[in-house]
Design a protein around this ligand. Sequence first.
Ligand code: IDP
Ligand code: MG
Length: 137
Amino acid sequence: MSQRTLVLLKPDAVRRGLIGEIIGRIESKAGWTIRALELRDLDRAALEQHYAEHVDKPFYPPLLEFMTSGPAVVMVVEGERVIEGMRTLAGPTDPIAATPGSIRGDFGTIVRENLIHASDSEESAARELKIFFPDFS
Ligand code: IDP
Ligand code: MG
């Protein structure tokens, strides 16, 4: 079941020089391919849509500040069960709870600065891909 998902390497990952390390893990998965990729400053309007479910939460204002604190890498990743698979590769939201071996578990300590975003369902992937790659089909 080939799928597409949206992956963001957050500004902390870019600042810390972890782009290559993280992309290497994604490319190592059999049959997964990067179909689009850009280093980009994320704009507030796009982030508001992207994080629509979180805009009223107390952690949202500092999250927005963080996500606009420097460039991010935005990617379309395609492959077998890539939506679930990217979530597994990333690990759970809290990096301290994330298993070593996962991206968040290996490199993160702070919940907000957890290095990576990956869409959490087919519906989210379709919605989020349209926000960040409106012209990609
Ligand atoms: P996810 O990225 O694992 O899907 P979500 O719950 O959708 O996690 O939250 C979106 C992002 O918001 C997280 O990746 C993290 O950067 C940030 N975040 C979530 N919960 C908290 C919190 O309790 N404190 C600070 N930041 C948070
Ligand atoms: Mg989420």
